[in-house]
Design a protein around this ligand. Structure first.
Ligand SMILES: [Zn+2]
Ligand SMILES: [Zn+2]
Length: 274
């Protein structure tokens, strides 16, 4: 039994390939879960490019990609996901926010249609299936992996996930905006007692007041939610592109001081739950 997590992209909004971001990483959202024999990919931001090369080297033939939503920073690595260009591979893409709006397949096709990209989705080569569900649904993925979801508070919608396997649980909650003083009950329910919660921590509480309505949250709200829900560990995630390494180091020290269960996600960081 294994339940392993690796962060391939931790940045929010736009990739930041600069020397001042190298410590925490410049690629946008992409997290790999190795759950038993299954590979699960959370979001297809620019981090999925390096993950794709790694999956090719390991000869991984299939995987499930769960998208929080389809803003650019969560999908624009997909056209560069090299295993999708191999005819013998099979990927299933799941999303919970588009069942009434044309579906995830069509959204990804639009991203790869002219004049935005020269290779249409259908020409990638691999078998690519899409599955639309409604945020709030729960389902079994097979191989004893249970998935729970909830709707997040984000422009155009987004889905939060909880994956359960072997008595361990991981939650992926990005992108979402909180209302100060009113903890999001959907999220509290989703993350209750979780072993690891990856949370939209784009801003600090001090920065938040200038960004109300932008669809993002703060690392302090992540700590408050995790403590209230009895979650064990928080991974501060979806870092603001303007938060350079020295700022993030200070933030990390402050977060650890506030709650020993808090850590800051870095590109290439691994967490083993099982
Ligand atoms: Zn985002
Ligand atoms: Zn977004």
């Amino acid at each position: 039994m294994s339940f392993k997590v690796k962060f391939w992209g931790v940045r929010g909004s736009i990739a930041t390939p600069s020397p001042r971001h190298i410590g925490f990483g410049g690629n946008t959202s992409c997290v790999e879960l190795k759950v038993g024999s299954r590979v699960i990919i959370l979001d297809a931001g620019t981090g999925i490019r390096n993950l794709g090369h790694w999956l090719l080297r390991r000869n991984v033939m299939r995987g499930d990609i769960f998208l929080s939503h389809t803003h650019w920073d969560h999908i624009n690595g997909f056209p560069f996901f090299s295993p999708a260009f191999k005819p013998d591979r099979h990927f299933t893409i799941h999303a919970g926010h588009l069942s009434d709006r044309g579906g995830i397949g069509q959204a990804l096709q639009s991203q790869m249609a002219q004049p935005f990209f020269p290779v249409p989705l259908e020409k990638m080569g691999a078998q690519i299936d899409s599955v639309d569900f409604r945020a709030g649904d729960s389902f079994n993925l097979g191989d004893q992996i249970r998935v729970r979801t909830t709707a997040l508070n984000h422009p155009d919608g987004a889905t939060g996930y909880r994956f359960e396997y072997g008595g361990k649980s991981l939650c992926y909650v990005t992108d979402t905006e909180h209302i100060p003083g009113k903890p999001d009950q959907n999220i509290l329910g989703l993350i209750e007692g979780a072993d690891l919660v990856i949370y939209d921590s784009t801003y600090t509480d001090a920065e938040f007041e200038d960004h109300v309505g932008w669809g993002h949250s703060t690392w302090q709200e992540g700590v408050r939610l995790c403590r209230t829900a009895g979650a064990k560990t928080l991974a501060i995630f979806h870092h603001d592109p303007d938060h350079e390494d020295p700022f993030m180091e200070e933030l990390e020290a402050e977060a650890r001081q506030l709650w020993s269960g808090a850590m800051v996600a870095r590109e290439n960081m691994r967490v083993n739950l099982l």
